[in-house]
Design a protein around this ligand. Structure first.
Ligand code: PLP
Length: 480
């Protein structure tokens, strides 16, 4: 493909994408295919001779689209949102075109510098304490990770190396492996599975702290566990707080937990994967109060801030903790400015070496929406969730199962878990709307997360009508 053809095909592709987004709600939100559906639709081997572009494009509708779950359909209410906007898609194209691997400042200075400045912009948008920002005299700074899972793992590994360093400073005879065997990390019993996984990968015990009736960890619960473990000769070193849990969007009490972690010399990481974007609105910012006690903080701009996947933003108060934990410096990666104190080499902040120019997406989205446009988006989706909550509360057959704070509504039919499982199965098998369940206090609960940028009140009303129709049918089938 030469540049002349690229220009033509590029314009056609933009048209295809625009049509896809514009007409997406006419497609079934959930695909009707069986496992292995795709293999029989394409050849067993790669073509030896080049094919025609038209033939490839034809296969998008024949091979790919039948197996796509349409996350950007206004009828998609599963998991949490994954963000999408045209400015972010255009920035992603430019990122692909520049195609640099920005592992160090020298590997592409703009890639590194824009990232540092965008993380400062975003830090200011959510009113992060100054010491998390790079552009101040503090020792902090921000980085784009691929996912919240990676951010949690990085924070845990940095905390692990910090505690070993601290202990060995006073007790040089204690070996790393002996210390490792005594380390204990903690997270909410509502934390995302990626937190438990970070413990597994990091080779440390991860204990679950029980939550209260609002699914939130309180200081006392963590304190009890930490004291018990210390008495048993263990070394508590890390706590991962969640702001906006996956199941019900609950918030741990970081105002209590933070000082406790600081006093116990435990690293506090905050996972706000979904809820973090909402903190750009002053009315939701109080939910982040207590972040001043944290060592690291992360959220997925690719969930709710109109920046397409992947773009998980993470800040640390002491960048030396993270850089120092994993520093490798082979000759082929060195450059003249690395010890100048003026540049960041992001390869030290993450697990892979390579990294894309993801900050372009933040730059385009911030400038083309403005803070106000992004706040409008968050507020609109929260309002839609509140409208849905009202509809549920107005129907006596249903109950709300957790406080609705942001864009997620947890609800169920009053009755057995089996009844609700059947209802969800029927909802999803019609493929008109798509939702996933969660379990809260032993109950099977339906989650309605406002996801797509294009979801409007009429979509929410239509979806509720659909849910209640299916519920009525189901209830009529029950023996009276
Ligand atoms: C609270 C929370 N943490 C972590 C994750 C994992 O996110 P990622 O896919 O970015 O690793 C999720 C995913 O929804 C989440 O809700």
């Amino acid at each position: 493909m030469n540049t002349t053809e690229f220009r033509k095909r590029g314009k056609e592709m933009i048209d295809y994408v625009a049509d896809y987004i514009e007409t997406i709600e006419q497609r079934s939100v959930y695909p009707d295919v069986q496992p292995g559906y795709l293999r029989s639709l394409i050849p067993e081997e790669v073509p030896v001779e080049p094919e025609m572009y038209e033939d490839v494009v034809k296969d998008i509708e024949r091979v790919i689209m039948p197996g796509v779950t349409h996350w950007h359909s206004p009828f998609f209410y599963a998991y949490f949102p994954t963000a999408s906007s045209f400015p972010a898609m255009l920035a992603d194209m430019l990122c692909g075109a520049i195609g640099c691997i920005g592992f160090s400042w020298a590997a592409s200075p703009a890639c590194t510098e824009l990232e540092t400045v965008m993380l400062d912009w975003l830090g200011k948008m959510i009113n992060l304490p100054e010491n998390f920002l790079a552009g101040t005299t503090g020792c902090g700074g921000g980085v784009i990770q691929g996912t919240a899972s990676e951010a949690t793992l990085m924070s845990l590994l940095a905390a692990r190396s910090r505690i070993v360093r601290w202990i060995q400073a006073d007790n040089p005879d204690r070996t790393e492996s002996e210390i490792f065997s005594k380390l204990v990390a903690y997270s909410s019993d509502q934390a995302h599975s990626s937190v438990e996984r970070a413990g597994l990968i990091g080779g440390v015990t991860m204990k679950k702290v029980p939550t209260d009736e609002k699914f939130s960890v309180q200081g006392e619960a963590l304190k009890k566990m930490v004291e018990r473990d210390r008495r048993a000769g263990l070394i508590p070193f890390y706590f991962c707080a969640t702001l906006g849990t996956t199941a019900s969007c609950a918030f741990d009490n970081i105002i209590e937990l933070g000082p406790l972690c600081n006093a116990a010399k435990m690293w506090m990481h905050i996972d706000a994967a979904y809820a973090g974007s909402a903190f750009i609105c002053p009315e939701f910012r109080p939910l982040l109060n207590g972040v001043e006690f944290a060592d690291s903080f992360n959220f997925n701009a690719h969930k709710w801030l109109l920046v397409n996947f992947d773009c998980s933003v993470m800040w640390v108060k002491e960048r030396a903790d993270i850089i120092g934990a994993f520093k490798m410096d082979p000759l082929y990666l060195k450059h003249d400015h690395q010890e100048s104190g003026l540049v960041t080499d992001y390869r030290h902040w993450q697990i892979p070496l390579g990294r894309r120019f993801r900050s372009l997406k933040l730059w385009f989205v911030f400038r083309l929406y403005g803070l106000r446009g992004l706040q409008d988006h968050i507020r609109k989706q929260v309002l839609l969730a509140k409208e849905f909550e009202k509809m549920v509360r107005d129907d006596q057959r249903f109950e709300i199962c957790a406080e609705v704070i942001l864009g997620l509504v947890c609800f169920r039919l009053k009755g057995s878990n089996e009844l609700n499982e059947t209802l969800l199965k029927r909802i999803n098998s019609t493929r008109k709307i798509h939702m996933v369940p969660c379990q809260l206090s032993g109950k099977f609960v339906l989650r309605f997360a406002v996801c797509a940028r294009t979801t409007e009140l009429h979509h929410v009303r239509e979806s509720w009508a659909h849910i209640t129709d299916l519920a009525s049918e189901l209830l009529q089938e029950l023996p009276h």
